[in-house]
Design a binder for this molecule. Structure first.
Ligand code: ADP
Ligand code: TPW
Ligand code: MG
Length: 577
């Protein structure tokens, strides 16, 4: 009895405690988070150290925007939310562009940011890095949460994960005030408060009558077309999508990041006959692709108007239907479930589309491919885009599992058109906004998440937005080869300003040697002036896996204004008069 009485206060004193730092780490690990992309500083420096010590990979970037883009594409590649970690106010704002980008592109991502003292921020008393971050993040993401008590960390992270992954994926903001990290609570109670998120992206099965309607519309087609968007790539329903395309025999058109779901060299691929199939098809089935600007909103001359066509749209977001034109057969559900239901509904007796349509598409495609072929073999000096891309196209063909990151204007549009992709989720680019700056963040996350070699084809301007991250690539010794299409500027390097001594707004330092930059960090730099030199350098880099930057010197006059989308530049009505 006396002994028992002595023991009680001892046990109380030895009671194990935990804190906010550890609870966040435990909650992340419980939910399978393996990597954090971020930039350290108050109030998250120690958190990053502890997360690293606990076995989570914590990658430090040179700018939060690039860490954010890395997290966003990690989300696309893995179907798990990519995690970005930033400091308060300025760090948070730097990460916000990427969070908005993730939301716009339907990539799951969580931006976790430290923030300052709530009491001081809310009274606007001038705290260190004072900002009402939650309010600012809200309109730019799918959901935004703040955790004030250590006991709520488990729930906060669970809500963030569910919001990012369920339904249409997107960006989520999680606000972590500085005080939260140091809050202490009973370890046992803390452990119990954590939440493992079960089935965060539940299957959304399409209604049987919606499946039947879609199949009926598809059957009625004389000139059917399937469009595969990045939602289809994200869904990871690769085998069923391939089976649907092949069983129906319908020509398919991949959107930029849908390339490779089926190889671009597939007999049914209509990639090189894009204008023809958009204008002439009578029934179009969209799988994970929106009828936004990238598809001319589903109307107008490029869609062959005044002839009308019928759309079938597979999407997890019901509100997407009719966003631009009437959808004759909306099929709402997750792509895996929808495609599998369609396959099931096809049964054994599907009639292939009329042979004259299939043949017309194939011959237009072959004609365009043949027209392009000699240009890709040119050895022009200085190089042009086609000569450079001709050799890079072969390098990708020989390494179909390598990942291609791509941004720029001409550097983007011509690469997308010329380089064939062979496997799903191998092409990562500027996405729905056509944003510059994703390059190095994407390349880093692609290497980290997949372990595959990465080839980043970058316009010289595009590269500049994230160029400092070549230090990060060297620091983590990642198998990334950056090729800069250096045409001395934005679109081209030939503009001249005639009004004063300043250079024109679109031109950069002539003859810049970007290859020297990576040498500062111990990487391999190569200056390539011919397709042959380019080929040798990139092959060596892809084989060795050494961080490499190739400055590919292009003819400054080779590009055109805004690449393929010059028509989007506003024109003055006045000027036309
Ligand atoms: P692209 O730019 O390639 O045309 P978009 O980004 O416009 O593609 O469209 C992707 C679409 O895919 C979005 O409307 C999104 O809601 C949808 N989506 C994403 N993941 C899934 C999924 N797992 N199942 C169904 N639809 C999805
Ligand atoms: C965040 C506007 C679109 S394309 C581009 C800019 C600045 C660069 C094109 O030059 P680059 O390619 O990369 O050298 P090339 O081959 O044509 O010469 N800021 C953001 N996003 C966009 N899209 C822009 C500006 C833009
Ligand atoms: Mg350029």
């Amino acid at each position: 009895m006396a002994e028992a009485a002595m023991k009680a206060p001892m046990a109380e004193a030895e009671r194990e405690l935990t804190d906010g730092f550890h609870l966040i780490i435990d909650a992340l690990k419980l939910n399978g988070v393996k990597t954090i992309y971020g930039v350290p500083g108050i109030p998250i420096t120690d958190f990053g150290r502890m997360a690293q010590a606990s076995g989570i990979r914590v990658l430090s970037f040179r700018h939060e925007q690039n860490a954010g883009y890395a997290a966003s594409i990690a989300g696309f590649l893995t179907k798990q939310p990519g995690i970005c970690l930033t400091v308060s106010a300025p760090g948070f704002l730097n990460g916000l562009t990427a969070l908005a980008h993730a939301t716009t592109n339907c990539f799951p991502m969580i931006l976790m940011s430290g923030s300052s003292e709530r009491e001081i921020v809310d009274l606007q008393q001038g705290d260190y890095e004072e900002m009402d971050q939650l309010a600012i993040a809200k309109p730019l993401c799918k959901a935004a949460f703040r955790v004030l008590h250590a006991a709520d960390i488990g729930t906060g992270l669970a809500r963030a994960i569910r919001a990012a992954l369920s339904g249409r994926p997107g960006g989520v903001y999680l606000d972590l005030p500085a005080k939260l990290f140091g809050q202490v609570m009973d370890a046992e109670a803390g452990k119990k408060s954590l939440v493992k998120v079960i089935d965060p992206a539940p299957a959304q099965i399409p209604a049987p009558d919606a499946v039947k309607r879609a199949l009926d519309v598809l059957k009625s087609a004389k000139k059917p077309l399937i469009i595969l968007g990045k939602g289809a790539a994200y869904a990871q329903a690769d085998a069923d999508i391939k089976a649907l395309v092949e069983k129906t025999g319908i020509p398919f058109l991949p959107m930029s990041m849908g390339k490779g779901l089926l190889p671009d060299t597939h007999p049914q691929c209509a990639g090189a006959a894009r204008s023809t199939v958009l204008a002439q098809s009578d029934v179009v089935m969209l799988i994970g692709a929106r009828l936004n600007w990238l598809l001319s909103h589903g109307k107008g001359k490029s869609w062959g108007e005044p002839h009308s066509k019928k759309f079938i749209q597979i999407d997890i977001e019901p509100k997407e239907m009719d966003s631009n034109v009437e959808i004759a057969a909306p099929l709402v559900g997750d792509i895996g479930s929808c495609v599998s239901a369609l396959l099931h509904g096809l049964g054994g007796h599907w009639t292939a589309p009329p042979a004259d349509w299939v043949k017309a598409v194939a011959s237009k495609r072959d004609e365009n491919v043949a027209k392009m072929a000699p240009r890709l073999m040119n050895n022009n000096n200085p190089m042009d885009y086609h000569g450079a891309l001709g050799v890079l196209r072969t390098i990708v063909k020989e390494r179909p599992d390598a990942i291609l990151v791509n941004e720029g204007a001409n550097a983007l549009d011509l690469t997308r058109g010329i380089i064939d992709m062979y496997q799903p989720r191998k092409r990562l680019d500027v996405g729905t906004w056509g944003v510059m700056g994703v390059g190095m963040g994407y390349a880093i996350a692609a290497a980290i998440e997949t372990g595959k070699p990465v080839l980043a084809i970058e316009g010289d301007s595009a590269f500049g937005f994230s160029g400092m991250e070549i230090e990060t690539i060297c620091r983590y010794n990642l198998p990334v080869c950056v090729v800069i299409f250096n045409n001395d500027g934005i679109y081209r390097g030939t503009d001249v300003n005639t009004s004063n001594a300043d250079p024109a707004t679109t031109v950069f330092v002539k003859g810049a040697r970007y290859d020297k930059m990576i040498e500062a960090f111990g990487g391999v730099g190569v200056n390539a002036t011919t397709p042959d030199e380019l080929k040798r350098a990139v092959n060596a880099a892809m084989d060795s896996g050494k961080p490499t930057l190739v400055n590919a010197v292009l003819d400054p006059a080779a590009g055109s204004e805004s690449g393929r989308i010059g028509n989007l530049n506003p024109q003055s009505a006045l000027k036309k008069k």
